[in-house]
Design a binder for this molecule. Sequence first.
Ligand SMILES: O=P(O)(O)OC[C@H]1O[C@H](OP(=O)(O)OP(=O)(O)O)[C@H](O)[C@@H]1O
Ligand SMILES: NC(=O)CC[C@H](N)C(=O)O
Ligand SMILES: [Mg+2]
Length: 504
Amino acid sequence: MCGIIGIVGKSSVNQALYDGLTMLQHRGQDAAGIVTCENNRFFLRKSNGLVQNVFHTRHMLDLRGNVGIGHVRYPTAGCASTAEAQPFYVNTPYGIALAHNGNLTNADVLKKELFHEDLRHINTDSDSEVLLNIFAHELHRSGRFALTDEDIFAAVRGVHRRCRGGYAVVALIMGYGIVAFRDPNGIRPLVYGKAETEKGTEYMVASESAALSVLGFNLIRDVAPGEAVFIDIEGHLSTRQCADNPGYSPCIFELVYMARPDSIMDGISVYKARLRMGKALAKKIERVYPDHDIDVVIPIPDTSRTAALPLSYHLNLKYREGFVKNRYIPRTFIMPGQSQRKKSVKQKLNVIDLEFKDKNVLLVDDSIVRGTTAQQIIEMARQAGARKVYFASAAPPVRYPNVYGIDMPSVQELLAHNRNEEQIARKIGADWVIYQDLEDLIACARKGNKNVPRFDTSCFDGDYVTGDVNQRYLENLERTRNDSAKNQQMNKESAEVIDLHNVA
Ligand SMILES: O=P(O)(O)OC[C@H]1O[C@H](OP(=O)(O)OP(=O)(O)O)[C@H](O)[C@@H]1O
Ligand SMILES: NC(=O)CC[C@H](N)C(=O)O
Ligand SMILES: [Mg+2]
């Protein structure tokens, strides 16, 4: 998952983009980048690392202008080289910089098409560079020196016709403004808002509404699936539906884990959805284990805390913070390699022994994906003297790869693949394990907005909303993006950035 942001302001936007990216840091920790423009020049700074490490004062001073876009990256395609950090840039037509959250499922085909038919060279393995060049090519079709809003919307229409998968995009077109759009199924999130200043109205687009509110922007609404929003450099906004048959199936994993609880996504409060997940899971525990002997409910920080509290309340059990999180260690699941993920769980979470000693504890997490966290946490709970350790997941078992922007490409790495609950419990060392039912999870999400007809639940049920994901695609993904393939790639990748001048 990545985070994207774009601002058309009335004064310098560098600091606001930086602050907005820190609000989206939980969506991508591997790389960060900002592009601004002023006087027909782009200014770019991007590199690997957290936002606070990528941008120093000298970079900030160089990021000049009232218009800009930004990105935090968590790779789902290509490699982790700085060459694939975003935004990406092409010089023709007009000069375009683009940032993308999501994953294209037909990137390989498009890359060939771009080379053979559109005569465009793609220099990395990133699907986002492909997306940028598709957009650029479609924009080029207008063949006009002076672009109109309609030309921009026509280019987005062209992107929808050619691209498959999940994508929320923000692009800066030199001399014109910012266009932001969302894939025709609305898999990846995107919102926009405005702020009134003494100098006039400023607009902002971002992956999550929390970034807007912190910067003083008021949320206007979500960008609709297939829709594009264009804000010209003067600050005029126009919107257009650019997909022929838009659907509406936002990714349910955003509500489970990815998004901040203080964000509103597709009209759904992430926080309230998680509270409902906790209550629904408590009801399932009552049904399945009416005579349980749980003494205390303990969340696994951070994300599960919102669900664990109503869960304990509903079961009339004590809620205790048995793990203390080191706030300086970032999220584990979105780290690049298994050894790093494994090491980080121990560094990140430490036990308060007295909450475990001689107790039957129910540990609650928002989800179990590879089982890295569960396995180690259960071991720690036992070492701290727990008598029995039960484990509850506020999401159903993750049994299928995600292909739309969350990096879980290898089915073999998923704990629940080919295992039932008993086998999972044995594998992670729990006395029993319980998962949320998928229909309950969907009900928890839908309660927030009845107008969302369907959610992308592919990692739980293998039903891919874009309809183009077949066994061959998944096998190829497994081969190219399992952990050891990624490790090999990391060892040989070069850090060269071949695009416009990057502020060093
Ligand atoms: O089964 P796994 O492969 O370990 O993945 C699932 C775990 O990873 C995430 O936590 P993470 O540490 O990334 O973030 P958090 O602090 O927001 O909970 C998630 O909340 C689970 O705890
Ligand atoms: N997680 C994401 O949204 C990743 C965006 C893009 N596919 C990349 O790998 O850079
Ligand atoms: Mg967690």
